[in-house]
Design a binder for this molecule. Sequence first.
Ligand code: FAD
Length: 301
Amino acid sequence: MITRSFFLFLSQNKFVKNRATKWGPKFGAKTVIAGETINEAMKTVRELNEKGLAATVDHLGEFVNNREEAIESMEYCVKTLDAIAESGVDCNLSLKLTSLGLDIDRNLCRDNMLRILEIAQGHGNFIRIDMEDYSHLDATLDLLQELRQQFSNVGTAIQGYLYRSENDIRLLEGINLRLIKGAYKEAPDVAYQQKEEVDQNYLNIIKSHMLNGSYAAVATHDHRIIDKVKAFTKENNIGKDEFEFQMLYGFRTQLQTDIASEGYKMRVYVPFGEDWYAYFMRRLAERPQNVSFAIRGMLSK
Ligand code: FAD
């Protein structure tokens, strides 16, 4: 059986990555990635908006090796924000701090973020910092707090599988947070390993964040959690404009439009770019049964 660990291993394997990216996002990847260029991404976002769905775009590219690549990545974010403004679409931007140089030089990463936030603010747009693996958590939250001293149009994501998240949520009161279960393989000393425990902690952090009056983006494909959040917000008179649901592009598309047609805000996370490989592998790790044919196709070409 192909396991979650196998795909997480492949997500970091350079040999397979080189073979796969040579062929572009074909096979299963095409259904979950909106092409390689900004124009392709904008076209996808327009189609989603027409169906009543908001979007957040993410230019894929996780590991940068030097300052030049980190600056290039920042410039690409700026270009994307300009394209969003020009297209007039309902869309914000998600990004990863490692792609802006977090592992190279914190100050470089901060300066890149300040530039992006300034441009986003000019366009009246919002920036979501994706949460990466546990080794980047403290640095991400620390930089977020520094950025928030100058900009309010920025938030991050908090992972339900971590023991410490309930506490982090309290420290981040008032900040627009995306709440997720968590996509990386983390050790038992920092993260719940059992699905039931992750689900329970995930629900707890959603409730805590909403009850303290903060905006929550509930990002999950889990219909059981979604139903519980709908019931909870009704019981607690939390308005449909005080939170949103989010799902990944290409996942549970019927459920996405169903939720939007009930009057909830549904935002679709739309990844695009040439560096799609690691993202695709993490999605396979989550649901190997959906797309396990894709990896065999890529390896045999
Ligand atoms: P799961 O626990 O994977 O699924 C629960 C149940 O839901 C399944 O048993 C099944 O019944 C149903 N289900 C789920 N998917 C499907 C499907 N495709 N078809 C049919 N039924 C299905 N992770 C991070 O670590 N950092 C981030 O910044 C981050 N950002 C994200 C942004 C968005 C918009 C989303 C949606 C996810 C993000 N993630 C991120 C990934 C997240 O942490 C989870 O790994 C991922 O969403 C899988 O968990 P789940 O909550 O969707 O449900």
